[in-house]
Design a protein around this ligand. Structure first.
Ligand code: CA
Ligand code: CA
Ligand code: CA
Ligand code: CA
Length: 204
């Protein structure tokens, strides 16, 4: 009886130790958890173990609940992301990025994006989640409906996707780029003629 209990305890510890961490590579969701709580996001380089739709302070261990927001106002999405202090903490093809949570105005956000900040923010409240930088993909998956590399541009709207077959037909629902001579958002107005560019420095 006692021996049986020991096996159960040992087995539980063993399985817990085997469970992949948030941000680990994976081929399918069974690589990430034994109870289907975690999923393998196979659109990220070499897979990314995560939990989709997290709430603040609910991501396991030191992982962070990150909300991506898109410009202009598309739906936001939340994923548990691996916390990092520097790029060395992230896997190949990932970079350590900080979010925009302290920025309020469109101008502040634009400036930060030019500096390489991410179009995503950590929504945790606890202080021990204070290291608010996380490992995000360096590349964009051009067909998954998300902004994988956290530059605010989704799929075919991201210039890195321009040569992809999936993006042969230029999209017309992107944020207006104010200096590319294209009507990116399909409203009939190009660059500085588009009211979305009214406050853009290149149009002032
Ligand atoms: Ca994408
Ligand atoms: Ca992107
Ligand atoms: Ca444009
Ligand atoms: Ca336009």
């Amino acid at each position: 009886m006692r021996f049986g209990a020991l096996i159960v305890v040992f087995g539980t510890v063993f399985l817990a130790a085997c469970q992949a961490s948030i941000g680990d590579s994976c081929n399918n969701s069974s690589d990430c958890s034994i109870n289907a709580e975690r999923v393998c996001d196979t659109t990220q380089p070499n897979g990314y173990c995560t939990i989709q739709g997290c709430d603040p302070d609910t991501c396991p261990g030191k992982s962070l609940c990150v909300e991506w927001r898109f410009v202009p106002g598309r739906v936001s999405e939340r994923f548990c992301m691996d916390q990092c202090k520097s790029e060395g903490n992230c896997r190949n093809n990932y970079r350590c990025v900080g979010g925009l949570e302290d920025l309020q105005t469109a101008e502040e956000i634009l400036e930060a994006v030019e500096d390489g900040a991410a179009f995503a923010r950590v929504i945790d409240i606890q202080k021990d989640k204070a290291g608010r930088t996380f490992c995000a993909s360096k590349t964009e998956d051009c067909e998954n409906g998300r902004d994988d590399n956290a530059n605010g541009l989704v799929d075919c709207c991201d210039p890195v996707c321009v040569d992809e077959k999936a993006c042969e037909v230029p999209p017309t629902n992107c944020p207006e780029d104010c200096e590319n001579e294209l009507d990116d958002d399909g409203d009939g107005s190009v660059d500085c003629d588009d009211e979305d560019c009214a406050l853009d420095p290149v149009c002032l």
